[in-house]
Design a protein around this ligand. Structure first.
Ligand code: DC
Length: 234
């Protein structure tokens, strides 16, 4: 039996998944996989190729050989498409909406699911943290630890707004809150692998908590799982 621990972190946009999965992976010396970045990269490649998000045949062909990879440079985690660093290009409001649209396509989901299982299962090391929308329900339903992060709409919109402004994007708070709500509605109501809480997920509402408080809670549960695994119970 593998000693590896898989930590699944799901939740809507702005719930703190990205920040916390990175912090958690760093503290535990686990690999971190941002699955949203993968859907964003598909969206970027589709936009550049002029592919409509409803054109499943073209999306399937696009995903068949899409060279997505992650690289860690110091503390920065980069996303690459072939030999291009697309880390910034995938973080625009346009790519947020387009990634949500392409992620509803069953052919895209099938391709990303295979890639995520491969990346999560094959990376060496003592553990992996994967963050997304369907990690605990579809990608790794047997993950040893599952978290579902949430926060209220206003707070999630405010966080996304701060992130975009920090990246130099000229957006308004009102528009960002509206886009966050619209995207979550689409992600929760799509037919294939919608965002939903796994039955055995630990729910953390981060609205009024700072990141360190959430991180400590998460570490507590991962350490419990590591203890169980060491005793052969997990
Ligand atoms: O986490 P994010 O905002 O970078 O994700 C971008 C989009 O990708 C999101 O709106 C829905 C989709 N997504 C998904 O469908 N499944 C995942 N596991 C991760 C992201």
């Amino acid at each position: 039996m593998s000693d590896k621990i898989i930590v699944a972190i799901d939740g809507p946009s702005g719930s703190g998944k990205s920040t916390l999965s990175k912090m958690l992976a760093r503290r535990l010396d686990f690999i971190n996989i941002d699955t949203g970045a993968m859907y964003r990269t598909v969206a970027l490649a589709a936009a550049r190729a002029g592919i409509d998000p409803e054109d499943h045949a073209a999306l399937e062909q696009l995903c068949a050989n899409l060279p997505i990879s992650f690289k860690r440079v110091g503390v920065k985690e980069q996303v690459w498409l072939g030999d291009e660093d697309v880390s910034d290009a995938i973080r625009t409001p346009e790519m947020s909406l387009l990634s949500s649209a392409v992620s509803a396509s069953p052919v895209v989901r099938k391709a990303m699911l295979a890639l995520q299982r491969h990346m999560g299962g094959n990376r060496c090391g003592s553990g992996v943290v994967l963050e997304g929308r369907d990690i605990g329900t579809e990608v790794f339903p047997n993950a040893q630890v599952k978290f579902y992060l949430c926060a209220n709409d206003a707070e999630r919109g405010r966080r996304r707004y701060a992130q975009l402004r920090q990246n130099g994007q000229d957006v308004s708070l009102e528009q960002t809150v509206a886009e966050v709500i619209e995207r979550d509605h689409a992600d929760k109501n799509r037919k294939h692998a919608p965002l939903k809480q796994a039955q055995d997920a630990i729910v953390i509402d981060s609205t009024a908590l700072d990141t360190n408080a959430v991180l400590e809670q998460m570490l507590h549960y991962v350490h419990l799982a590591q203890g169980k695994k060491a005793k052969g119970e997990g």
